[in-house]
Each structure stands twice: as C-alpha cells, then as structure tokens.
Design a protein around this ligand. Structure first.
Ligand SMILES: *Cc1c(COP(=O)(O)O)cnc(C)c1O
Length: 369
C-alpha cells in the first residue's frame, strides 16, 4: 500500500533476484516509477513515486492523439567507489526542453528532471547492477500532453515520468564484430526543417516496418541520408553516424560525424568526441559528410553510437538504387581497433576508473546515490 508521501514501505518488498551477468535490454518490472504533473495556472506539482506500472489517461490526451510526446534515455552506473551516479543527465534535461519546444509542450525545468531521476533511482537502488558486471540502470524519462483537446491545440496538462530498468553490457567484453546498415531509396527519417533534432515519439514508428524488411534481407540497421538532397549522411534510425580515418603517420585518427539540422544531438557522440580529442589526441570534425566519401573509402571504420550500445561498428552499407538494386559498400578491412580504443576509454570514464573522472564533471550527483 502506498504511504501518504508516495513511498511504500520497504518491508513489503522482495529484493529482486537478478542474474546480473545475463541482463539484456528489455523491460523488467521494478519497485516504482516517479510521476510529476504540470497544470496550467498551477505549474509543476511535487511528484510522487508510483508502484504500479500503469496510469489513468484521459481518452482525449494530446499525447495519444496528436503526438505531444517526447522521451529521453540515459544511464546510471554503480561506480568504482560503490556510489551510483548518472552520466551527464544535464544534457538530457536540456534536450528534453528542445524536444518539448518543437511540439509546444511544457518541459520540466532541469532541477525537476534531475530530482525525478534521483528519486526513482534511490527508490530502486536494488536494481542497479553491481560494479564490475558491465551493467547499468537505464533511465527513461517521458513527457507527454495528458490534458484533453479535440481540436489541434496544445494540452493544458503535461505528465512527466521517469522509469528505470536494469540493463546489461551490450558487448560483453568490449566492442567486437560488425553490423550491416541499409539506405532505402524512398525513405526518410525526418523532414527538412522538421523535427529530426527532437526526441519525439512520433519520429520513430515509421521506421519499424522498414527495419523489419531490412532484417529479412540481412541488414541490422537503417541509415538515412539528408532528406533535402539525399547526398549527405544524416544518421541511423536511433543512433548517430560516426566515422574514423585510419591511423596517420603520427598515430592519430580523425573522428568525423555529420552536422545536420535533421539529426539528434547525441550525448554519446559528444562524449566520444571529447574522449577522442582529450584522451586519445585524435582530430575531430563535425561537418557535412558527403555520402560519396563513404563510397570512395575515406573511412576505415564506421559506427552507430547512442546510449544503449555506445558504439556498434558498421562493416557494410547497402545502398538501394532507384531500380531496387542494392549496392554493397564495404568499410575498411573489417578492423574495429579505433572503436575498441574509444569504447575502452568511454566505459572506464563512465564507472570512474580513470583517475581524473571527477574533473570531467560528467557524473551526477557528486556525492552519489
Ligand atoms: C536517442 C538517439 C540517439 C542517441 O542519443 P544519445 O544521447 O547518445 O543516447 C541518436 N539518434 C537518434 C535518432 C536518437 O533517437
């Protein structure tokens, strides 16, 4: 039974029996999620922890009818010092504001975003994988219009909730292998000047069918070119495009990633850029990436990056021509040494295994949970 303050008595709870080494990336029930509401004229409430993974939603909620809905994804780690901290949650709070602005929603201020994450992690601390297992607690904030509208108007009530799920390390023991990506001839992820830069629910389901079709013919991911000219690389359906040149005479690589108004500003990509520059001494370029460069072999490695898998090396890109013929482009010689080096530094930073991790200012809260 829920207590007055929304927390439930710990005695009732049975500690989860989780096989930490074999966690995947799928929904697992936890003790609770946290839920806040904003109402016109009242602002944000104080939020509450809710035990049941269900809610009552108005049948005319704009989040259901008109796509006023945005989500985020970030991870909390049990670090080397035994404390649990979120990795760069301020970036996700900022991005939720950008997403909300794109569809006229009211976003929680960063203080509420952070506090909500802290509350739900703290209540579900038994679900945070132990240090050394490679697992983490995946944190999924969601914001949607919960107030009713029948005409096309913004809602006058918004619900912000945060749920958590324990997840395993994507690549057990570091980056290895590679996946195949497909560029479809008549398919765009986002419109030019559209909402591709926002993490909105409505940006994703149109790729579900095409991904299933791609899987049937041996591809794992969809890659999209810029929707206006189809000459530059944009990103994958739910991860950014990143590429590396081979080592130069001084043992350095160049990390290249597209600049485009129709892609999502990935926090993983931003972190990898910092690591490439500051820890590995590589060059970093954020610029338009002509697809021609990929075709003619400018890059020795290509990857997809995002919170869930960090880096997935892409070994082959299939390009579908107008007549349906698929031209296969092989990337480099199949080596993923560059991605391995980056991934190693990235995971060490996330769990505080690098000496100066505190100086990076990427972990929150400083004192841990
Ligand atoms: C979430 C997402 C990413 C990855 O962003 P991260 O902040 O690194 O998790 C990249 N592209 C799209 C389209 C996404 O939805």
């Amino acid at each position: 039974m829920a207590a007055a303050n929304g927390t439930h008595a710990r005695e009732e709870r049975q500690k989860p029996d989780i096989d930490w080494k074999n966690l995947g990336f799928s929904y697992i029930p936890t003790y609770s999620h946290v839920e806040y509401k904003w109402r016109k004229g009242q602002g944000w409430d104080d939020g509450r922890l809710v035990k049941e993974p269900y809610m009552n939603i108005h049948i005319a909620a704009t989040g259901l009818h008109y796509g006023q809905s945005s989500f985020e994804g970030l991870k909390a780690y049990r670090m080397k010092d035994g404390k649990v901290r979120l990795f760069r949650p301020d970036k996700n709070a900022e991005r939720m504001q950008i997403s909300a602005d794109a569809v006229c929603m009211v976003a929680p201020p960063p203080s509420i975003f952070l506090e909500a994450c802290r509350r739900v992690i703290s209540d579900n601390i038994d679900f945070v994988p132990p240090y050394g297992t490679g697992g983490s607690l995946y944190v999924r904030p969601l914001l949607f219009g919960s107030g009713p509208q029948i005409g096309l108007h913004e809602a006058d009530e918004y619900t912000f909730l945060v749920l958590v799920i324990p997840v395993g390390e994507y690549y057990k023991g570091g980056v290895s292998g590679s996946v195949k990506a497909l560029i479809r001839n008549k398919l765009d992820r986002a419109a030019p000047h559209g909402t591709g830069h926002a993490k909105l629910g409505g940006n994703y389901p149109a790729a579900l069918g095409p991904v299933n079709e791609a899987v049937k013919i041996g591809y794992n991911l969809l890659l999209f070119l810029d929707p206006a000219t189809h000459t530059h690389v944009d990103e994958f359906s739910s991860s950014n495009f990143i590429a590396l040149t081979s080592l130069d005479a001084e043992g350095r690589r160049t990390y290249v990633t597209p600049q485009s108004e129709s892609i999502l500003n990935s926090v993983t990509n931003r972190t990898l850029r910092e690591i490439a520059e500051k820890r590995l001494g590589w060059k970093v370029e954020v610029r338009k990436v002509p697809f021609e460069e990929v075709k003619k072999g400018t890059y020795s490695e290509v990857g997809a990056c995002g919170t869930a898998a960090v880096i997935s090396p892409v070994g082959t890109i299939g390009y579908e021509h107008e007549d349906g013929r698929i031209e296969e482009i092989k990337i480099g010689d199949g080596s993923v040494e560059g991605w391995k080096a980056l991934f190693k530094e990235f995971s060490a930073l996330q769990v505080g295994e690098v000496e100066d991790w505190e100086k990076w200012g990427y972990h929150w809260p400083a004192e841990g949970i």
